[in-house]
Design a protein around this ligand. Structure first.
Ligand code: SF4
Length: 237
């Protein structure tokens, strides 16, 4: 089951796209606005994948591309087959990912049919802070399973994206109250390269952690100021 946004003018660079949202995620960012998607809490919001694919095929001539998003698409077991099937429509495919699954990223990028045509990699916090975002039920689990190192996963995914030859971009959210600050930008800068790095403002409303809904939205000035901190090293920010 998936969600489908039939038409988007902002999700595929320079074109009109349909966006496929795959449910579930391997992170729990408290500010996430995809609550129903991550928790799969509203089953009636989803349609069968085949129905979504049929709609994309039907609208193929109106589209410039398809975005595979989430949740986190890399936890979907048949992601490579799905991208290959979308390529069968003749449309290019953009993949949105949080970078927590470099093994899957390497596999799909290494095979002709499943290789995305564009990748958007989220840079959420300094790599050393990603443990804050792992799913956890209590204080004991706050540090996540010892065997999984999210900082290493993100670093490996970023290296894969940089070396892939696939056009790509990086995305960050300017979180309120300096939650994502210049220190995070500095720690993330070595992971980005010549690809554009976009900063977007945070808006409360439907956050995964309801406490975040009482935080103020981030202003444009604040967001731009944060982006400026990356510019000395990465002018394309
Ligand atoms: S914002 Fe975080 S929790 Fe929400 S879908 Fe993206 S990675 Fe998952």
């Amino acid at each position: 089951m998936v969600r489908l946004r039939k038409t988007s003018l902002v999700d595929y660079p320079g074109g009109i796209a349909s966006v496929l949202f795959l449910p579930g995620c391997n992170l729990r960012c408290p500010w996430c606005q995809n609550r129903e998607l991550v928790l799969q809490s509203v089953p009636e919001a989803f349609i069968p994948l085949e129905e979504a694919l049929a709609l994309i095929r039907k609208r193929r001539n109106l589209l410039d591309g398809v975005v595979v998003s989430g949740g986190e698409p890399s936890i979907y077991p048949a992601l490579g087959d799905l991208i290959a099937e979308l390529h069968g429509t003749g449309l290019p495919v953009k993949l949105d990912t949080n970078g927590m699954n470099p093994r899957v990223l390497k596999k799909i990028c290494g095979e002709k049919n499943s290789r995305p045509d564009y990748i958007a990699l989220d840079l959420k916090l300094a790599p050393g802070r990603y443990r804050e975002l792992l799913p956890s039920a209590g204080p004991e689990e706050k540090t996540g399973p010892a065997s999984f190192d999210p900082a290493a996963a993100l670093t490996e995914s970023a290296a894969l994206v940089r070396a892939s030859g696939i056009p790509h971009e990086y995305r960050s959210l300017a979180l309120p109250g300096g939650y994502f600050g210049a220190g995070d930008v500095e720690a993330l800068s070595p992971l980005a390269d010549g690809g554009p790095w976009y900063f977007r403002p945070f808006s409360p409303g439907n956050c995964l952690d309801p406490a975040w809904n009482s935080l103020p939205p981030t202003g444009e000035k604040e967001t731009a100021a944060l982006a400026e901190t990356a510019k000395p090293r990465l002018p394309q920010t």
